[in-house]
Structure formats: C-alpha cells, structure tokens
Design a binder for this molecule. Sequence first.
Ligand SMILES: Cc1cc2nc3c(=O)[nH]c(=O)nc-3n(C[C@H](O)[C@H](O)[C@H](O)COP(=O)(O)O)c2cc1C
Length: 179
Amino acid sequence: MELTEALLTRRSRQYLLEPAPSGEELIDLIRQASSAPDHGLLRPWRWVLLRGAQRDALGAALASTVPEDVRDRAAAKPLRAPLLASIIFAPRTATKVPEWEQLAAVSALVTCLELLLHDRGWGSIWRTGETVASPAVREFLQLRENERLLGWLYIGTPDPRNSPVPRKHCSITDRVSSV
Ligand SMILES: Cc1cc2nc3c(=O)[nH]c(=O)nc-3n(C[C@H](O)[C@H](O)[C@H](O)COP(=O)(O)O)c2cc1C
C-alpha cells in the first residue's frame, strides 16, 4: 500500500475478529515501527501481549477496579479483540532526554505500528481508560515501579460488517500558519 493511501485509509477499528497476527509477526512489525523518531534511541517501552484466557484474567483485574453494577461490562472489554498488546512506557533515567520526549517516542512507535498493521490488512485501536493506573491492573501486568501503562493496542481482523468511512483528506488549514 502506498504511504499516503495507508495514512488516509487507516481508521481505529472498534470491532475486531479472529485471527490476530502471530507473536512472531507482531514482533517483526514492532521492530519495523521502532524506526520511528526516538531521541537518543532509548527504546523507552515494553510490550506485554495478551490472548485467549489472559484476556479473561485482565477482565477480572479491570472488573475489580469498578463498581459492582458495571463489573460485567468491564470484564468483557478485553474480549473485543483476539490480541491485546499492552503499551508500557518505561522511561530511562540515565539520560538527558526528558521524559516527555521519551513519551513522544512511544506515541510515534504506536502510530507507526498501527499503520504497519493496517498495511498488512490487520485492524487496531488504541484504548485507554482510568483503569490503566489501577493497582490491580499494574499488578496483573507486573509493572515495575517506574513504568506506566499507556493502554492497549487492540488488534485483530477488521469486521467487514462495521467498516468506518475512509478519509479522503484531512483538513487542518486553521492549524497551520506562519509568523
Ligand atoms: C493515546 C490514545 C488513546 C486512545 N484511547 C481510546 C479509548 O480509550 N477508547 C477509544 O474508543 N478510542 C481511543 N483512541 C482512539 C481514538 O478515539 C481515535 O484514534 C480517534 O477517534 C480518531 O479515529 P481514527 O483512529 O479512526 O482516525 C485513542 C487514541 C489515542 C492516540
């Protein structure tokens, strides 16, 4: 797929079906996506991949953080895609590169990964929420003290019955000026 076409046709996919890319394919794509700008090449990230019953276990952790009347809904959330790639921000400290720049590098990586997934015919959506900071979820993912969960990239096969409209162009003329 040509780059401009990929940029304009990638959309977040709410509905994702089996199958999902293999671990090997995803690691390969993460490797390619890590060519995104990353000041100091610090690679300030870590990924934890969840599939199958691991998604149920995450659902239980999510459910434990919310009131009883919304527990079932929270528990079902990770089942909306066959593969959840947990995006973990692991800032490096022995560097002059400020933390916000390291966070920007993770965002650039995830953006490139979503484009590469799209190019291969996979669908994805970056999902966050208040639960990312909860102790139960942190413990489930065995996060280290300095690490921060930035949400999950939900990945799978796009559901053809729920295709978002591709963009023809992106209008931002009011956001570009010169002094
Ligand atoms: C950092 C980040 C967090 C996001 N969190 C959520 C989320 O929690 N739930 C959701 O439905 N979409 C989430 N999204 C996806 C955005 O809603 C989506 O990118 C936006 O609506 C534009 O749609 P598009 O990706 O199809 O262009 C997130 C996107 C980013 C970059």
